[in-house]
Design a protein around this ligand. Structure first.
Ligand code: ATP
Length: 361
C-alpha cells in the first residue's frame, strides 16, 4: 500500500531548546517497495517512523496509508496504532524471554482473539516462511541473534500487516551475521506483496536492501532515488558524501561540449558527466575512489589524464588505498593490489568522465 506523508512536523524541547525532529516532511512511499530512511544520528528517521506507527503525535501534517488518512491534525483524525495495520521489527528484537518461539509469534493473533486452529495454521505458515520450523517449542531467547531477529520478523508478519516497519533491525548482530540476515531479509521481502519502511544509518545496508532510499538531514528529506541513483548520481554534496567515500573537489563550470560539461579545477580542466550548470558557476566535482585508474608510472597525456604523486599507500585487503597529490588537490584512490606502486612514485591517472559527477557547490 502506498503511504503519503504531507507537511509532517514534529518538535521536541530538549534542555530548554527546540529541536525540529521533522520539518514539513513531504514523502510518497510507493506500494510494495523496501523504502529506506537513511541519515546520520539525530536526523529524524526514528521520529518519522514513530509518527507513522502512532507512537509519537506530530505537530502538524497528514499521513495516509492505502488512501486512508490515519493521522491529520487539520481533519482531527488519529487512528490508534493497533488499527493502522502495521507490523514492526525493532533493533532489540523485543521478543518475550519467558515465551516459546511459537507463543512469541502467536501473540498478535491471540490478542486479536483469533481461533486456536487459525493461530496454529498461521504461525506454522510464518515459521516455514522465515525458515524456523522445528524450533517453535524452544525458548525464544535460547536462539542465536539472527534467529531471534527472524522470530521478530515472523511476529510482525503473522498478522498480515499492510506495511512493515523496521527500525535498525540488524544493528545488534555481528558483521558476518548482519550480512547473512540482510540477504535473507531481502529474499523474504521479495516474496511478499508488502510495503516496508526501513530505518538505518548503515549505508551498505541501505544500498543492498532498498528499492528506494530517502536521505534525511536535520528533519528534512534531502534527496530520494534508487540506490544506484543515490550512489552514482546524487544531486547533493551531502548525499554523495554520506552514501560512500567520495573525493570532492571545488570546480568552476567552463563550458558544455559534446554532451559533457567541462570544469576548471586545481587538477586542470576535467570533462564530466553533463549537468545543467551555467558557465562560470561554482560546482563540486565528485569522484569515487574506485573510479580513479592509474594508467601507468610513465607520463601519459589525453583527456582527463592527470599527473600525480603517490603520497601514501595503505594495504587494506582486497585493494590498496592511495592518497595521490595532483597539483593543489589530493585524491583518495582504490588500487588493484597487483599494481606495483611505492610512496613517492609519479603516476598518470585517468578519470572516467562518466564517473566525474558534478554537484551544485
Ligand atoms: P538515531 O539514528 O540516532 O536513532 P534518528 O535519525 O532516528 O537518530 P531521531 O531519534 O528521530 O533521530 O531524533 C531526531 C531529533 O529529535 C534528535 O535531535 C533527537 O535528539 C531529538 N529527539 C528525539 N526524541 C526526543 C525526545 N523524546 N525528547 C527530546 N528530543 C528528542
Amino acid at each position: 500500500m502506498e503511504i503519503i506523508i504531507k507537511g509532517l512536523s514534529k518538535h521536541y524541547i530538549s534542555e530548554g531548546k527546540t529541536v525540529k525532529a521533522l520539518d514539513h516532511v513531504d514523502l510518497v512511499i510507493p506500494a510494495n517497495e523496501i523504502f529506506t530512511l537513511l541519515g546520520p544520528s539525530g536526523c529524524g528517521k526514528t521520529t518519522l517512523l514513530r509518527c507513522i506507527v502512532g507512537l509519537e503525535t506530530p505537530d502538524e501534517g497528514e499521513i495516509s496509508i492505502g488512501g486512508e488518512i490515519i493521522w491529520s491534525r487539520a481533519k482531527g483524525i488519529a487512528i490508534p496504532t493497533e488499527k493502522r495495520g502495521l507490523g514492526m521489527v525493532f533493533q532489540t528484537y523485543a521478543i518475550w524471554p519467558h515465551m516459546s518461539v511459537f507463543d512469541n509469534i502467536a501473540y498478535p493473533l491471540q490478542i486479536r482473539g483469533e481461533r486456536k486452529e487459525v493461530i496454529r495454521e498461521k504461525v506454522a505458515r510464518t515459521l516455514r516462511f522465515v525458515q524456523l520450523e522445528g524450533v517453535e517449542k524452544r525458548s525464544a531467547t535460547k536462539l542465536s541473534g539472527g534467529q531471534q531477529q527472524r522470530v521478530a520478523l515472523a511476529r510482525a508478519l503473522v498478522a498480515e500487516p499492510k506495511v512493515i516497519l523496521f527500525d535498525e533491525p540488524l544493528s545488534n548482530l555481528d558483521a558476518k551475521l548482519r550480512e547473512e540476515t540482510r540477504k535473507e531479509l531481502r529474499r523474504f521481502m521479495g516474496e511478499l506483496d508488502i510495503t516496508a519502511i526501513y530505518v538505518t544509518h548503515d549505508r551498505v545496508e541501505a544500498l543492498a536492501l532498498s528499492d528506494t532510499i530517502a536521505v534525511m538531514r536535520n528533519g528534512h528529506i534531502i534527496e530520494k532515488g534508487s540506490p544506484q541513483k543515490i550512489y552514482f548520481n546524487a544531486d547533493h554534496r551531502f548525499v554523495a558524501d554520506f552514501i560512500g567515500r567520495a573525493n570532492q573537489i571545488d570546480a568552476v563550470v567552463q563550458d558544455n561540449l559534446n554532451g559533457m560539461t567541462l570544469v576548471q579545477t586545481g587538477m586542470g580542466v576535467i570533462q564530466c558527466l553533463k549537468r545543467d550548470l551555467a558557465a562560470g558557476s561554482k560546482a563540486t566535482l565528485c569522484i569515487r575512489p574506485e573510479f580513479i585508474r592509474i594508467t601507468g608510472q610513465a607520463r601519459s597525456e589525453g583527456q582527463n589524464i592527470v599527473q600525480g604523486v603517490v603520497e601514501s599507500l595503505e594495504f587494506v585487503g582486497e585493494v590498496y588505498e592511495a592518497d595521490i597529490r595532483i597539483g593543489q588537490e589530493r585524491l583518495l584512490a582504490r588500487i588493484d593490489p597487483d599494481v606495483t606502486l611505492h610512496q613517492g612514485d609519479e603516476v598518470s591517472i585517468s578519470l572516467d568522465p562518466n564517473h566525474c559527477l558534478l554537484l551544485s557547490a
